[in-house]
Write a protein that binds this ligand. Structure first.
Ligand code: BV8
Ligand code: ZN
Length: 237
């Protein structure tokens, strides 16, 4: 931990990649852990365009349930520690796979939303994208003024990431002196490949995760424990 703390103190450019584990202590279930989100749902994967076109109401019920959970949740000390870290270094990029918006509610500013934002909806007909922050939508599936069907503004499996966001994430990762990867199983691609990109760019790789992951062995320092308690220690002076 001391070595990792020193690397963070000396770093001028820091890139962070977060996953569902950073929001776990806010009460939001992760995806693949026990009790994970994908388990509670039926066999087919709800986060795909196919599932949505087959049954938009069912997929919206899942998102409505998650919106309710997230609206009732608050940022936890892990989110807040990343806000403090951002204020300390000249170049800081927070790359997140999470769609819950808790990083911005905590006060982070330079955020790259790789997988979109659950508080945004987009019309399949006219393409308009807008914020929709009512936790539970009154009618499912929601309709656009134009009469078209609204979808959640997230990136589903099989959908490409927004190119400008992916490029920003790659650039920040390549440039980083320290790459901090927090609360992600790094299974989902291409986000999960950023750790290797950081190493190739010469960054020190620090992992914070409750469990070991497939990248733990390649990390320069892999800290085991809940992000809500590890991160505040990691950044304390
Ligand atoms: C794409 C939004 C191509 C929706 C999500 C290789 C290259 C490219 C694609 C693929 C590839 N191989 C396979 C693919 C397809 C697919 C993929 O990766 N599949 C996986 C399952 C193998 N990838 C895609 O489809 C991507 N698209 O590249 O398509 C393309 C290119 C051009 C044009 C067309 C197509 C799109 C992926 C985005 C999917 N959308 N979410 C929504 O959320 O509703 S993914 C979903 O998983 C969430 O975003 C989530 O954040 C993300 C990753 O999961 P994690 O965040 O890591 O969460 P997980 O539960 O897995 O892990 C939690 C971790 O926290 C655990 O390690 C746990 O130990 C730890 N933890 C728990 N508690 C704590 C903790 N740590 C610390 N403290 C704690 N308290
Ligand atoms: Zn429309």
């Amino acid at each position: 931990m001391d070595q990792a703390r020193q690397w963070l103190r000396d770093a001028r450019r820091i890139a962070v990649l977060t996953g569902a584990g950073v929001s776990a202590e806010s009460g939001i279930p992760t995806f693949r852990g026990d009790g994970g989100l994908w388990r509670q749902f039926r066999a087919e994967d709800p986060a795909t365009a196919e599932a949505f076109s087959a049954n938009p109401k069912l997929v919206w019920e899942w998102y409505n349930w998650r919106r309710g959970l997230i609206a009732a949740a608050n940022p936890n000390p892990a989110h807040l520690a990343l806000v403090t870290l951002e204020q300390r270094v000249p170049a800081f990029t927070l790359i997140t796979q999470n769609v819950d918006g808790l990083h911005s509610r905590a006060g982070s500013t330079n955020i790259v939303y790789l997988h979109g934002d659950i508080w945004t909806v987009r019309c399949l007909a006219c393409g308009v994208s807008r914020k929709e922050e009512r936790p539970q939508l009154p009618e499912l599936p929601p309709q656009c003024q134009c009469g078209g069907l609204l979808r959640p503004g997230v990136v589903w499996f099989g959908e490409g990431l927004h190119q400008d966001r992916w490029r920003a994430a790659e650039q920040a990762t390549r440039d980083a002196d320290v790459f901090l990867i927090v609360g992600t199983s790094a299974v989902v691609m291409p986000a999960g490949g950023l750790a290797a990109l950081a190493k190739r760019g010469g960054a020190k790789l620090i992992e914070v995760n409750a469990d070991a992951t497939w990248i733990s062995d390649t990390a320069d320092c892999s800290l085991r424990g809940p992000a809500g308690s590890v991160l505040p220690h990691l950044i304390e002076d």
